[in-house]
Every structure is written in C-alpha cells, then in structure tokens.
Design a protein around this ligand. Structure first.
Ligand code: NDP
Ligand SMILES: O=C(O)C1=N[C@H](C(=O)O)C[C@H](O)C1
Length: 234
C-alpha cells in the first residue's frame, strides 16, 4: 500500500517505522510549508498534524478521492463538515481521538462503568489526562471522547469542563509533564470510597499501529467509520 503521511512529527515518524515493517511504502511525508504535492499518488493518507491544518489536509484527500485516517486532535469544530464532504464525495474517512487497541478497550469499560453508576448518585465523577509538554490542545481528544461517552451513558451528567467542577458537569484536569505519551484516569468518588480506572500509554507504538491497521482496513471502502468498526470490539 502507498501511504501519504500528513504530519511528519513524533507520530508521523512512529507510523512510518511500523508501516515499513508491515510492507507498505511511504510515498509522501508532508510537514509545515509543504503545499505543492500530489496526494493522488497515495492509496491512503494518514494525518497526524496540528489542529489548525487538519481539516484542510482531510478535505484535500477527500476532494481527490484518497481515503484518509485522521488522528489529529483539537479540530472537531469542523468534524461535521468533514463528514458531509466525505458523504458528498463518496469518500472514506476515519477520525479517532485515540487509535490504540488498549484505549479502545478502555472506551468500552468507561461506557459500561458510566451506565452502572447512573443510579448511584453518591458518586461524583472526574477525569485527569496527562501528556507531554509539546501538546497543543487541552483537554486531550481522548479525554473529550471519554467525557462524551459518560454523558451518553449516565443521566447525571450533561457537559464537561476543563479545570472546572459543577452540577451535572464532568471536570477534566489537563496536566503537562515532560515526555508523558498519554495517561487518562477516570475517578468516581463518594464519601466512603473511590473507584478509579486508568489507561497509561508507555510509548506511541500502540497509537501508530492502530492508525496503520485502520489505513489497511479502509482501502476499498466508502463511508465514515470509527475505530470500533475497524477493531470489531464492544
Ligand atoms: N489519535 C491518536 O491516536 C493520537 C493523536 N495524536 C494527535 O496527533 C497530532 C500530532 O501529534 P504529534 O505527532 O505528537 O505532534 P508533532 O508536533 O510531533 O507533529 C506534528 C507535525 O505536523 C506538522 N505540520 C505543521 N503544519 C502542517 C501541515 N500544514 N501539514 C502537515 N503537517 C504539518 C508539524 O511540522 P512543524 O513541526 O514543522 O510545524 C509537525 O511535524 C496531535 O494533534 C496529537 O494530539 C497523537 C497521538 C495519538
Ligand atoms: O498529543 C498526544 O500526544 C496525544 N494525543 C491524543 C489525544 O489528544 O487524546 C492521543 C494520545 O493521548 C496522545
């Protein structure tokens, strides 16, 4: 498979290593300032860039009939526009806030726990995410997915807020510590005890492998998909 990497930073480089090991060719490596390139030479594009260029990169792929895997976080104001463009162009598109198998299992655990806690109003939920100091967005895309899944599965919550608690609101604390690849913790606290679930990434390999697996899966398909479709879990 011929892969275009849109964003050749920490994730782009990790994806390259894994894709080469799995027998793929990297035909484009696009970074800041690279504007004059022909995306149609790729069978599939993988975007791990920065929030304010992600939608433009995704649109370019969809407008040129190239399936696109989007891992960049912090651009979701344009998510519905990406979905509409994909449908209009009969293209193929996946966005996931987190491509790792472990986090996708964690997403399912979070939904199940949120459902179980609905009638237990003595517990208050909170979330913490920790990432490296170069991260541009806060809270993390994964934390936003986790919070939205709690809201969809637990009637006691209808919103989330960064660093702010309140009635029916999930407070999310975003910490930045050098070299942390990504840690997410969900806590339910009552007066008598605490229930905690967490996911700790040890490196970026899990995110990158998931993105390559998604790229292999999407070629030849039409539509807007999620990692749940790719991994067949939950
Ligand atoms: N969904 C998931 O599983 C995961 C998502 N992420 C997300 O992926 C994104 C990238 O993360 P990471 O690799 O750590 O970040 P990096 O900052 O290491 O890499 C981002 C790269 O994008 C480049 N870039 C800037 N402008 C453009 C452009 N117009 N087109 C293409 N590339 C451009 C940057 O170049 P330059 O440095 O020259 O500006 C940089 O090399 C983040 O949004 C992060 O949150 C990260 C891990 C997992
Ligand atoms: O920026 C990162 O590094 C990561 N970003 C993603 C997010 O915002 O959730 C996924 C992972 O946690 C690493």
């Amino acid at each position: 498979m011929k892969i275009a990497l849109l964003g050749y930073g920490k994730m782009g480089k990790t994806i390259e290593q894994i894709a080469l090991k799995r027998g793929h060719d990297i035909v484009l490596k696009i970074d800041k300032g690279d504007t004059n390139y022909d995306i149609t030479q790729a069978d599939v594009a993988i975007d791990f860039s920065i929030p304010n260029v992600a939608f433009n990169n995704i649109s370019n792929c969809l407008n040129n009939g190239v399936p696109v895997i989007s891992g960049t976080t912090g651009w979701l104001d344009d998510f519905d526009n990406a979905v509409n463009l994909c449908n209009e162009k009969k293209g193929a598109f996946i966005y996931a806030s987190n491509y790792s198998l472990g986090v996708n299992i964690f997403f399912e655990l979070n939904k199940t726990l949120a459902k179980m806690m609905t009638n237990l109003k003595q517990y208050n939920v909170s979330m913490e995410e920790i990432h490296h100091t170069q991260k541009l967005d806060a809270p993390s895309g994964t934390a936003i997915s986790l919070a939205n899944d709690i809201i969809s599965n637990n009637a006691n919550y209808n919103d989330w807020k960064l660093e702010e608690a309140g009635e029916n609101i999930i407070p999310i604390a975003a910490k930045r510590i050098e070299d942390v690849p990504g840690t997410h913790t969900i806590t339910y606290e009552s007066e008598v005890d605490t229930i905690t679930i967490d996911h700790v990434a040890h490196n970026r390999q899990g995110f990158a492998l998931g993105a390559v697996i998604a790229a292999e899966w999407i070629v030849g398909k039409t539509g807007v998909f999620t990692m749940k479709d790719v991994l067949n879990i939950g």
